[in-house]
Write a protein that binds this ligand. Sequence first.
Ligand SMILES: NC(=O)c1ccc[n+]([C@@H]2O[C@H](COP(=O)([O-])OP(=O)(O)OC[C@H]3O[C@@H](n4cnc5c(N)ncnc54)[C@H](O)[C@@H]3O)[C@@H](O)[C@H]2O)c1
Length: 368
Amino acid sequence: MFKHNLLRQVSRASATGLRPPTVAAATRCATRPFSNAIGLRDKNDDEHQFDQYSTSGEQGADIHEGQYSRTDKRIRVEYPEEEGLPRQKPVQGRGGYHFKRTLASFSLEDRVGVVTGGARGLGLVMSQALVISGADVAIVDMNKEEADHQAKILVEGFKKENPGAEKIPKVTAHYADVSSPDSVNSAIAGILEAHGKIDNLVTSAGFTENYDAIEYPYERMQKLWGVNVDGTYLFATGVAKHLMERKAKGSIVFIGSMSGAIVNVPQPQAPYNAAKAAVRHLASSLAVEWAHADIRVNCISPGYMLTALTRKILDDNPELAQKWISLIPQGKMGRPEDLMGAVTFLCSDASGYVTGSDLRIDGGYTVT
Ligand SMILES: NC(=O)c1ccc[n+]([C@@H]2O[C@H](COP(=O)([O-])OP(=O)(O)OC[C@H]3O[C@@H](n4cnc5c(N)ncnc54)[C@H](O)[C@@H]3O)[C@@H](O)[C@H]2O)c1
């Protein structure tokens, strides 16, 4: 019924659209004053066929109501156990010496970067970006075994892509549960022992779960906020304290999400969205608070990125793939590699006058 009416309306509208307006009609439009006066409404307005799609129609009257803009409580995804996620391979073909001209200010030579959640996913690829750009890197993760493994792989990959390199990057692995203040403090102490200093921090430790808000167990919500929000705060304040004591400038990059600015559909994830909004505003707030010390703080807000975790969500809910990509103007999900340039830019001197910003890397999702 709806479709039939709509098609009729569309064909009627396009037919009238072809006719140029008459002079009389144009004059009428130009001189008629705007008015909301009820007296000017057509007496049949209340029976207009589109009224049912306005607030005068009853809730639930049409099957298309909110079809592409509501959450679906039937979708539930719990963060998987470690063994549920496959091991990741390093990005190929992005490293190595090259002779293409580029700005020297993008280089991270002689810097030490810390990446939380660096054993896997976006954090691992961003660790690789820092190594390729010249930095030494400390990978921090709750999964220490995987962090150890990946630290070795990053160095081996560098050696393979840069035979005869004079300086081999130092990549270390450190355990931390970023939601615990004691654990964060001892990880920072361990990093300073191994590297002597920290110049950059990237906070990628975080996770998402899809749950109907009313049914989400309170302990899980606390853990989700603990890792995403407290973890970001604790590591940032720890590193800023070190930079201030050293009287050194630095750059910190928080990994937020486009979910901090919009509400994803159809999967429900209210606590995650709120956590990422907190991360984004924390970046702005700390940027202002630490500007005097030459410490910059920015946020990267990725859209849908194809990682082991999102692959698993899509394996469990294949219908989500079409829904997601249909809402992305670029029509594609991003890959972790798509963050390599952004994180390097924000950590480097190339972004010297950028602080408190939120860089959305989402294929245009949040602009529509
Ligand atoms: N993948 C996406 O599409 C996407 C989109 C937007 C934002 N993000 C954000 O990017 C970040 C990384 O996501 P990902 O997809 O790479 O996830 P991932 O699960 O692949 O990797 C996260 C890493 O963080 C570690 N980690 C989890 N809890 C931790 C804790 N308490 N302490 C220390 N380490 C911990 C995990 O062991 C893992 O190695 C997250 O903050 C996520 O919210 C991801």
